[in-house]
Design a protein around this ligand. Structure first.
Ligand code: ADP
Ligand code: ASP
Ligand code: MG
Length: 423
């Protein structure tokens, strides 16, 4: 008998029919003798719908007073899901009990809309499991020290599930979703994408942080920190397939480099349309400029991603960086208001129609020439590279958004990702 955490995403919870299927699948695992904690997301589209209602009433604005209410609102989708799923589980003849994040409690900091989990008190959950119940816990939400409901950022139910699995030392955390595993790239963009039987934790971390939304990045960070066995698999297989088959399906995130593993140099392509570029032109090229600009941005709690500073000419240079699109307007306002005047320039340009495409693979560590192969593939398609950023196991480029799919397909081909990996 093992303690297992199941997480079901929005599409998997998308209708009462699908919720019934989830309940039947969970019942199969319980009847095989396992203890189950289940973490569902809101029904598909629900979080967007709720946040859309807020937008109808008022434009998004910074500040805790507003963001607190967004969390109060956005978290309700998951409360609906746990109630419905528990009812469905009871209808399957199981004992089931649901909890909102604050009831567990799942404690977070107070960073509304992007809160971080700080601790999970598992006593209540353990007592229920010992009493033979299935415990259903809301994804995406927690509670801060002041008793305020918080949410963990979009896609945050993955993180809830992995954090619960870590806190309870679960034998495995199974992330059930609408694709049957982690692919070489998003299979909805590149139909030739291949499912990976295993992917290393480091690669998964880069893929997630470069934009593959199949797992929220913080869930991968948690899995790495606490060595939570993690698997991504389909919730769309028939619920009554043999449990042994289901337990081996999908993609396993591995923590050790294994001889048997697929050793491709590049194992995946990630992309992300969530960023915008800000350029400040004609800034004096002298010490402290990067700090003046980026320090002010960081103080406003805005995360910066790719940064470039051009060669200077006549003592002046151009400085560009990317931020999340949601933070774009705020960044430009901030710079115009308090930073540009101190730099002696008023030339600021922005571009919200960019995207970032990344190649990821631990094999890149020991191979040279990978980045140039990437640049060649893009140039053959006539795609102009605006910014480049590299790390040991990834290379990212910022390009015009309209070339995103073309770039992803070209790179997928250039690195032979549509071919089965050599044994
Ligand atoms: P859920 O609602 O189950 O959390 P998400 O929509 O958040 O599901 O994540 C699953 C989606 O992630 C897939 O439908 C797929 O389009 C997308 N995706 C992006 N990159 C990848 C990848 N490399 N492998 C698999 N899916 C990916
Ligand atoms: N419902 C939340 C969202 O749409 C959390 C999740 O699905 O993981 O972002
Ligand atoms: Mg998700």
């Amino acid at each position: 008998m093992a303690l297992i955490v199941h997480k079901y995403g929005g599409t998997s919870m998308g209708s009462t029919e699908r919720i019934r299927n989830v309940a039947k699948r969970v019942a199969k695992w319980v009847r095989a003798g396992h203890q189950l904690v289940v973490v569902p997301s809101a029904m598909s589209g629900e979080t967007n719908r709720l946040l859309g209602l807020a937008k109808e009433l008022a434009p998004a604005k910074p500040g805790d007073a507003y963001l607190r209410e967004l969390d109060m609102l956005g978290s309700t989708g998951e409360q609906v899901s746990v109630g419905l799923l528990s009812i469905a589980l009871q209808a399957e003849g199981l004992e089931a009990v649901s909890y909102a994040g604050w009831q567990v409690p799942i404690r977070t900091n107070s960073a509304y809309t992007k809160a971080r989990i700080e601790s999970i008190d598992d006593r209540k959950v353990r007592a229920d499991l010992a009493a033979g119940k299935v415990v259903v816990i809301t994804g995406f939400q927690g509670v801060d020290d002041g008793g305020n409901i918080t949410t963990l950022g979009r896609g945050g139910s993955d993180t809830s599930a992995v954090a619960v699995a870590a806190a309870m030392k679960a034998a495995e955390c199974l992330i059930y979703t609408d694709v049957d595993g982690v692919y070489t790239t998003d299979p909805r963009v590149v139909p030739e994408a291949r499912r990976l039987a295993t992917v290393s934790f480091e690669e998964m971390l880069e893929m997630a942080s470069m934009g593959s939304k199949v797992l929220q990045i913080r869930s991968v960070e948690f899995a790495g920190k606490y060595k939570v066995p993690l698997r991504v698999l389909s919730s769309f297989t028939p619920w009554d397939i043999p449990i042994e088959e289901e337990a081996k399906s999908g993609t396993l995130i591995t923590f050790e480099e294994d001889e048997q593993m697929e050793q491709a140099v590049v194992s995946g392509i990630a992309f992300n349309r969530d960023e915008a570029k800000v350029s400040i032109l004609g800034v004096p090229d002298k010490p402290g400029i990067a700090y003046t600009i980026l320090g002010a941005v960081a103080d406003a709690n805005i995360e910066v991603d790719v940064i470039i500073q051009n060669l200077s000419k006549d003592g002046k240079t151009d400085f560009s960086f990317t931020v999340h699109r949601n933070d774009y307007a705020r960044t430009v306002d901030l710079l115009k208001g308090s930073v540009l005047p101190t730099l002696g320039t008023d030339r600021i340009e922005g571009d919200t129609r960019i995207c970032k495409v990344s190649i990821v693979g631990i094999g890149m560590r020991s191979h040279v020439g990978i980045a140039s192969k990437m640049f060649r593939a893009l140039s053959e398609e006539g795609i102009n590279i605006q910014m480049i950023s590299t790390s040991e196991i990834k290379t990212s480029v910022v390009i015009d958004e309209k070339y995103m799919e073309l770039a992803v397909r070209a790179l997928h081909r250039a690195f032979d990702l549509d071919q089965p990996a050599a044994a």
